[in-house]
Design a protein around this ligand. Structure first.
Ligand code: SF4
Length: 262
């Protein structure tokens, strides 16, 4: 399934992700050796994310508080899912590369999702808020609550499962809970408190704040708007840097992105 615009031949290399408060993580990754944009580095970043989040999951299980997310439960995929601009672009290209009937089905669900947001009066607010950067937690929280109320499933959700699992965004890999899964269906109900897993680092946040060359102000958008904003995303110019150097820069930046307290 993992194909398309973000694939590039890789060379196996070892990297170390260090950060305060936990042992460093050794990462054995396929990284394209030549100059690439962040789009071609996404597979390596996803692999790094899986390694880091996998370690959290193992530690929670060992401590007797296992992750309770299970196969076929896509309830959290009805949330507002903020992804980096480049992840959105990679997914838009991924959709365009799908075979005809499948592409039309997915594009149809994207159109339906956007129409639902527009009908609810939320579309313009979402675009404006994300274009200006969401730095105030209160603003994001209000958008998340209103988005949930509209009831817009991720266009990649099929029969409760992610249909793009190998190339799903980092934030989808990062999100899990240890609370009763039944609570996930009513996250904004007074008195309901989900026990969201807190990893050592917020890799999704770091990715949204990295253009492939250097750190930048957070540039994210709701996954649902990836196709709507595709032309705009394509217009951006991305730095090209040798893959290993780019990954080192990303990991260095990420090591400073401690997960926010819940
Ligand atoms: S990309 Fe997959 S995991 Fe992420 S919200 Fe969509 S369906 Fe869920």
């Amino acid at each position: 399934m993992a194909h398309g615009s973000d694939s590039a031949p890789g060379k196996r290399q070892v990297f170390v992700l260090g950060f305060a408060g936990a042992p460093a993580l050794r990462l054995d990754l396929d990284v394209p050796p030549g100059p690439v944009t962040i789009l071609e580095l996404l597979p390596a970043i996803r692999a790094a994310a899986d390694a880091l989040f996998g370690r959290t999951t193992e530690a929670l299980a060992a401590a007797g508080s296992p992750v309770t997310c299970g196969p076929g439960c896509g309830v959290c995929c009805n949330q507002l899912v903020p992804v980096s601009r480049e992840e959105a672009l990679a997914l838009a290209r991924f959709v365009r590369d799908l075979p005809g009937p499948r592409r039309r089905a997915v594009e149809g669900r994207f159109r339906q999702a956007v129409a639902g947001l527009e009908e609810a009066g939320l579309l313009a607010r979402l675009i404006e808020s994300f274009e200006r950067g969401i730095h105030k937690p209160g603003v994001l929280a209000a958008l998340q609550r209103d988005y949930w109320a509209v009831g817009v499933p991720c266009p990649f959700l099929e029969q409760g499962s992610c249909s793009v699992h190998p190339v799903r965004p980092v934030i989808c890999r990062q999100y899990s809970v240890t609370s009763d899964p039944a609570l996930c269906a009513r996250p904004f109900t007074p008195g309901v408190r989900l026990a969201e897993v807190r990893h050592s680092l917020d890799l999704a946040g770091a990715l949204a704040a990295f253009d492939g060359g250097r750190a930048r102000p957070t540039a994210a958008l709701p996954l649902t708007l990836a196709l709507l904003l595709e032309k705009k995303l394509e217009a951006g110019r991305l730095p090209k840097v040798p893959g290993p150097e780019m990954l080192s820069r990303f990991l260095e930046l990420a090591s400073r992105f401690a997960s926010p307290p819940r």
